[in-house]
Design a protein around this ligand. Sequence first.
Ligand code: TNX
Length: 503
Amino acid sequence: MPSRFGRAVLAALVTAGASTVAVAEPITAAAPSTAYTEILPAPVSAGAERGGFTIDRHTTITAGPGAQGVADYLAGILRHSTGQPLPIVRPSRGGNTISLITGGSNAPSESYRLDVSGRGVTLTAGRANGLFAGVQTLRQIVNGHVIPAGHVADAPRFAYRGAMLDVARHFFTMAQVERYIDQLVQYKINTLHLHLADDQGWRLMINSWPRLATYGGSTAVDGDPGGYYTQAQYRAIIQYAASRYVTVIPEIDMPGHVNAALASYAELNCDGVAPPLYTGTDVGFSSLCVHKDVTYTFLDDVIGELAALTPGAYLHIGGDEAHATSQADYIAFMNRVQGIVAAHGKRVQAWHQIAAATPLAGTVAQYWGTTNDSPAGASGVVLSPANLAYLDMKYNGSTPLGQDWAALIEVRDAYGWDPGTYLPGAPSSAIRGVEAPLWTETLRTSADLEYMAFPRLPAIAELGWSPASTHNWDAFELRLAAQAPRWRAEGINFYPSPQIPWR
Ligand code: TNX
């Protein structure tokens, strides 16, 4: 027997069959990689084997039907990190390829299977969004040119894994939003909730009411520069998100949180007088005029344009902190606006106070309380408990950014709850998933956003994706620690929590 062939190669020759040329693995195959225990969010199952696949100048990516988009995305990443050409080719026999296969099964949405051996990599999923999730796993495993051998079988616990960005209190450009999307998808977040309007700013051009953006969007908290997205820019954000299998849910908060709109159009005010623009951080002082017809003409126009621009099924209508609206008016208003959303072919998502009205069939309530009181009546619940999932809460008393009204939230707090059992009054079947909101009263730059989101965003993302059986702080802190070199390489600013044994 030729001495330069090891056992692994013999095995490969046997299983590869006569028509395939075996690729020699190094004789001294490394011990199984620890990368498979460091995947975050934790997968359903994963196991490492000895050896690995080396990307070289002959390696190809093969894309079956429906896999082209993900293949392009993966090629972009691996060409950059390895410098190899990695052409995308049609599926064919032979090794030295990373092959992406969809549609082979009725696999549920976003599930995937990853198999890596010395001969090649196979990523299989029922749908392209599963391939995309698998690619995020692959990115966490690959080490230089080598993808350690092993297997992953994976699927999400909850269908909804969201992040919210408040672009109203401070405005964030398209490029900043896209940067955040790229960070989110690494942890398999699939929904971006954009808080597009609040007292301090209106951030989307509405063609039928243009002053909302041009005047209502002209400032921000502390008088910082404002801004708004043109409809073309908003479409581009949605497209960018879609290319990463992220659905955008736009929010226009109402009937409160509307000073920017009231300031832009005097007729929206009950007394017909427009208030000045607002650059403070109080909440709960503004209200649409619930008894004026023009209010609903306005909302029909706004919701109509938003629905036409937004491919996702849901529009978020806020409904929180309507302290300047009587409860009876609030209920009548929320019920009427749900009808307007439905008339434009969309479903409603709203903060959980909507449960006080009559949620339409299909309406999703987003829980942001701190007291586990269940929003009865909604068709589904997204969990964002403010004392656990709010990324704008400070980590501790000396965190320079953020607020503390709900809690101080260290990483262990953010990780230490179970979305499946959190609301005693809601059956776990009603829980659509989790969302981590990032309010920006105190946040101005991408570095600010990242400091608050990292490392808590990956914690919430794991609660949304990983099976409850994987929940374990001691294992999680190691998975999280393993992410830091990636964040440094990507220039992501993060809070180096003393709870984590950072690498
Ligand atoms: C509460 S959460 C709000 C926001 C603030 C946030 C700050 C919610 C639905 N309303 O208006 O920005 O607290 O943490």
